[in-house]
Structures are given as C-alpha cells and as structure tokens.
Design a protein around this ligand. Structure first.
Ligand SMILES: Nc1nc2c(c(=O)[nH]1)N[C@H]1C(S)=C(S)[C@@H](COP(=O)(O)O)O[C@H]1N2
Ligand SMILES: [Mo]
Length: 362
C-alpha cells in the first residue's frame, strides 16, 4: 500500500519482559516491517556483540566446536520468507479464559530471514548416530515454574537438520535487532515461533527427548483429562482478515475488497472461503505466496446488499485438507487457536455518511 504511514512500534502487552503485538496497519504488508513485528520475550533482552558472539556446537557430536559471527557469515547462505506466529496467538478468543499472555490475533508476521542452514554447521561437528534431537539455548535466562532456567527448546533431528532450518543473521535485509534475537537466532519453517530460539548461543545433540520447561511444562496442548500433553509444533492452518477493519462502515451497494492472509505449516494453502452473510460462503482469489513458508494473500470483491451488522468470516484449507474450525478449540494453556478469522462491520444505509449504530441497523 503506497502512502501508508506504518507505525514504528508494535502494540505493547507487557513492558518487562517485553511483549508486543504487530499493529493492524503493519499487517497489510506482504512482509511485516521489522520495527512493527510482534515480540515475544520470556526474560530480559540480552545484548550480544557480534564480535564477541560464540555458538557452541556440542553434545552427541564427534567434534564439538565453537563458531564466531565472522566465520558464520562465510558459510553457505539461504534466504526465505516465513510466517512467524506465537502458539499463544488468538488465545483471548478461547472460553473459558486460559492463563498466558492475552494475545488477540496479532502475534504474527511474515518476514524475510537470511542465514546459514543449520546442517551446514553440524556437518563439521559430525552428528553421533545415537542423537535424536538438538537442544537450542538462548543467552536469556530467568525464573520459570520456580526454577532458574535459560530459554531452551529442542527439535527432532529431521527438523533440526532440514536445509531450511536457519541460523538467521538478517531479517528483511538488515542485521537482526536485539528484540528479534541479535546477532543470531534460529528460524524453523512451518513451526510455531517458540522453536525460533533468539540470541542463540548453544546447540547440543542429545540421546533422549528434551524435557525442559519450555518443552514439557509450557507450549504443550493440554486437552481432555487423562490425555497426555502434546508439544505444540506445526503451525495450524489459519487466516487473518486485514480489510475491512473492524471499525469500517462500508456503504450499501458500494463494492469493496475483503482481503487478508492465510498460512499453514503443514501444506500450501489451497482454498479460502469467505462468508459475508449466513450460509453464503464464497471462494476468495488466492495470490501466489512469495515462497513455500510465506503467507498466501487472498481477496474477494463484495457488494453489501443489506444495511446493518455483518460478521465476515474467512476460513482457510490447506493441501492436506486441514481446515480452520469455525469456533476456537479450547485447550488448557490456550495454544494453537486457529478458528476462522472474523471481523464485524456495519453497512450504512444510503444517506448515512457517518456510519450507523446497532440501533439503526436494518
Ligand atoms: N531466547 C529466546 N528465544 C525465543 C523466545 C524467548 O523468550 N527467548 N520466545 C520464543 C517465542 S515463544 C516466540 S513466539 C518467538 C517470537 O519471536 P519474535 O520476538 O522475534 O517475534 O521467539 C521465540 N524465541
Ligand atoms: Mo510464542
């Protein structure tokens, strides 16, 4: 969108640790600007000088070693656009309410990350065949569930060693900012953001699945009593409506474009259906995403034919046939909410230039 003045700051949820959502205006862009991109921090932001940064590769590897920033920059690089979404995104839509940060639906963005494939770094160390996971360690630490811990998350070997799992140094063409993990963070396509360890300083191969607090206490789907917790992993198919805005008052009979994004960590988005009135689902036009892990733009022309309240719904389906539920699927910790996107608008009748209220709605 040309001429749009983008906000420079995300909308703060908590100041310390810093947590903030992407502002609505920034979500109209294909690539979410760095300055407006949502931030999810569990602890304080560590300040790491690139010149003194070291990544230690250890655990079950043949030759543990340490790597510096300049050396990292000499290795093979890749660039990819990917959707980064917090697993807690949308939890305020769940009833009954769940613990956790009150994200609405804007703990998400799509950025262009550049960096070194993680397997390019492990090749030199040689992964022991007994290894089943890599544990990634951030430089931040604090109290969690009553214990002093560093921020640590693991990935199964196949995901860790995927060529698109990056040690990212750049976001949208500029070096990572402190908020987003400078100087080096992990990015893992198709998974919830908790996998993308910021301020990365360690990677160790382990023989047993990791049981750290951010692996087994938090970031798990806790559903019916008696069913085991399941770790959040793949991004569930989801959509976002970016236009019209919820406060919009479109005019009766005047065509407008409903638009937004859709994404899925499991497979490409194949279908987005839009509902403008009860039982009237129509297929949106899909744009080609800028890569396999980027979001898919969609749009639909709509001419309001009835004044008053409308609840617009968007429902995406991916190539595996996974589709958004119409209502949020509750789980105890409020993760993975992917209900159909919804926006309320009030269509104003002819001659009402300033919009209408519920009382006047036909
Ligand atoms: N070291 C570290 N990495 C972290 C976190 C953190 O608190 N510490 N938060 C994670 C979570 S839950 C999310 S959703 C993403 C958010 O990335 P962003 O702040 O760049 O948007 O970072 C992940 N990586
Ligand atoms: Mo998150």
């Amino acid at each position: 969108m040309t001429g749009t003045l983008l906000p420079r700051e995300p909308d703060t949820l908590t100041a310390d640790p810093y947590n903030a959502q992407t502002p609505p205006a920034a979500l109209t862009e294909w690539i979410t600007p760095v300055d407006a991109f949502f931030v999810r921090d569990h602890f304080g932001i560590p300040r790491l000088e690139p010149s003194r940064w070291r990544l230690s590769i250890g655990g079950l590897v043949q030759e543990p070693y340490e790597l510096g920033y300049d050396e990292l920059l000499t290795l093979e690089r890749r660039e990819l656009d990917l959707v980064l979404e917090c697993a807690g995104n949308g939890r305020t839509l769940m009833t009954p309410p769940t613990p956790g940060l009150p994200w609405s639906e804007r703990a998400v963005g799509c950025a262009r990350f550049a960096g070194v494939p993680f397997p390019a770094v492990t090749a030199r160390a040689g992964v022991d065949p007994r290894a089943v996971e890599f544990v990634f360690t951030g430089a931040d630490s604090g109290q969690a569930h009553g214990h002093p811990v560093a921020f640590e998350r693991s990935l199964p070997l196949d995901a860790a060693l995927h060529p698109d799992t990056l040690l990212a140094t750049h976001m949208n063409g500029v070096p990572l900012t402190p908020r987003h993990g400078a100087p080096v963070r992990l990015v893992v396509p198709g998974r919830y953001g908790v996998a993308d360890v910021k301020w990365l300083v360690g990677a160790r191969a382990v023989a047993e699945p990791f049981t750290g607090v951010f692996q087994t206490d938090d970031y798990v789907y806790r559903e019916a009593l008696g069913t085991p917790d399941r770790p959040v992993a793949t991004l569930r198919v989801k959509s976002l409506i970016t236009a019209p805005r919820p406060d919009a008052a479109p005019a009766l009979g005047a065509p407008l474009t409903i638009r937004g994004w859709a994404w899925s960590g499991g497979a490409p988005v194949r279908l987005v259906l839009i509902r403008t009135d009860a039982a009237d689902w129509r297929e949106a036009e899909l744009a080609s995403p800028s890569g396999p892990y980027a979001w898919t733009g969609w749009s639909l022309r709509w001419t309001p034919r009835r004044p008053g309240h409308h609840r617009l719904l968007a429902r995406a389906t991916d190539a595996h046939g996974e589709t958004q539920p119409l209502t949020p699927q509750w789980n105890a910790l409020g993760y993975g909410c992917n209900a159909a996107a919804s926006v309320e608008v009030v269509v104003r009748p002819p001659g009402n230039a300033r919009g209408t209220t519920a009382g006047q709605a036909g």
